[in-house]
Design a protein around this ligand. Structure first.
Ligand code: PLP
Length: 438
């Protein structure tokens, strides 16, 4: 438990947090720099999760800090409905360039959840604009996480996020998830078993008919559910089936975008062309909230043929906020100037070896990795799913390490700028914690 006293804790209802437990045992961060946070007692806490997967360039990058400071002292806010400002156009153009010009347009939101709902709405609107107004059905995947809007939890497949919130969107189906411990435990990188699971999309198409289906949305690597790496060939097969049936394919790259797999997007890593990519998090290095939907020109252009006036009745007060654009532009500069992706590629093998060196330690039943992501799956305590990993989380924080847990999986996703010494520190601490767990 932390020693220092701080503000009273009662007024703030914390998101995705065991509030009562936290308020008994608070964990308070007060500053950050590079790979480390500092807690309220001045203790360094190594960031093994890039915040919430959202700080690929490490904390308090001077160039981003300066860009945001300049932006706030010039244009603090500008509306984006029927009015624009130069930075938002500049940022959109730079993002298209970052995507290798594989996309034509960018629609700005403020979060991953909003990006997902935006992409789902664009998909339905696209088919309508093409004269296919019956194509409204949306296909997600079991164990998928697409944020917390009603669209996102409807296509999402994490039971705890869905069960408390009523009937959700109608007209939604789910592919099976791809995790299989029996076939794929301890795989380094992409598993070889499981690409056939994509064929389930054909079953769904046969059931509902392609003329009713607007889009399929998947995370290329499922993150929040506990890091499920797709089987080799699976995503390519999904693309083929979508193309054959005129269904749009959306990759939710809120965590895999901006270098997490050592490529600009996971779409590059897997060499698959989705029709839209949803993003957020690393888009601004987490400094100012922002999301973006990357859209292929054929999708965008379908909206541009109707009557004069507003083509898409959708948008947010803070779409394209000047401070977020400034943070995003500075982030892209750093990605390019420091060749962050090359650094990530260079260190990914060391990362993989460190992850798999945990094999055989107490409670470990699977290890997974891809790019700079890893999962350590622990045996659950009977009747108390999640308790063991949460104990690991608490011990890690006390020991100066921030990890993320979901169920009994420890998920790691450090800033991409980490060095080997950080990997050593992380895994030494994790090994010691695993040995100490009940
Ligand atoms: C794949 C994916 N989609 C959507 C979201 C939601 O993003 P946000 O929390 O910014 O709404 C997340 C958040 O972790 C995510 O991992």
């Amino acid at each position: 438990m932390q020693k220092s006293s701080g503000p009273a804790l009662g007024s703030y209802w914390m998101p995705f947090t065991a509030n009562r437990d936290f308020k008994q045992h608070p964990r308070m961060l007060v500053s950050a720099e590079g790979m480390y946070y500092k807690d309220i007692d001045g203790k360094p806490v190594l960031d093994a999760t890039a915040g919430l997967w959202c700080v690929p360039l490490g904390h308090r990058q001077p160039k981003i800090v300066k860009a945001v400071q300049e932006a706030v002292s010039t244009l603090d806010y500008g509306p984006s409905f029927q009015v624009g400002h130069p930075a938002v156009f500049a940022f959109a153009e730079r993002l298209i360039d970052y995507s290798g010009n594989r996309f034509g347009q960018v629609f700005f939101t403020n979060s991953g959840s909003e990006s997902v709902d935006t992409a789902l709405k664009i998909a339905i609107g696209y088919h309508r604009a093409c004269g296919d107004a019956t194509r409204t059905r949306l296909i997600g995947r079991e164990r998928g996480y697409h944020g917390v809007g009603f669209g996102g939890i409807s296509v999402g497949g994490i039971s705890a996020n869905r069960r408390g919130f009523g009937s959700l969107l109608t007209g939604v189906d789910h592919l099976p998830h791809t995790y299989n411990l029996e076939h794929n435990a301890y795989t380094r990188g992409e598993p070889t078993w499981g690409s056939h699971l994509a064929e389930d999309l054909e079953r769904i198409v046969a059931l509902h008919d392609a003329s009713t289906i607007a889009a399929v949305i998947v995370e290329p690597v499922a993150g929040s559910t506990g890091v499920l790496v797709p089987p080799k060939g699976y995503l390519k097969r999904l693309r083929e089936i979508c193309t054959a049936h005129g269904i749009l394919l959306i990759f939710d790259e809120v965590i895999t975008g901006f270098g997490r797999l050592t490529t600009p997007f996971a779409a590059d890593y897997f060499d698959v062309e989705p029709d839209m990519i949803t993003s957020a998090k690393g888009l601004t290095n987490g400094v100012v909230p922002m999301g973006a939907v990357f859209v292929k020109s054929h999708v965008h252009d379908a909206f541009m043929h109707g009557p004069d006036g507003i083509e898409l009745f959708h948008g947010y007060t803070y779409s394209g906020h000047p401070l977020a654009c400034a943070a995003g532009l500075a982030s892209l500069d750093i990605f390019a100037e420091c060749d962050v992706l090359a650094h990530a590629r260079g260190i990914a093998g060391y990362w993989e070896d460190a992850v798999h060196a945990l094999k055989g330690l107490p409670h470990v039943k699977d290890l997974r990795n891809l790019g700079l992501i890893a999962a350590i799956e622990l045996d659950s305590i009977p009747g108390r799913i999640g308790a063991r990993a949460f104990d690991a989380f608490r011990r890690a924080f006390a020991d100066g390490l921030l990890i993320r847990v979901t169920g009994d999986t420890i998920a790691l996703s450090p800033p991409l700028v980490l060095e080997k010494t950080h990997i050593d520190e992380m895994f030494e601490k994790i090994a010691a914690i695993l040995r100490a767990l009940d």
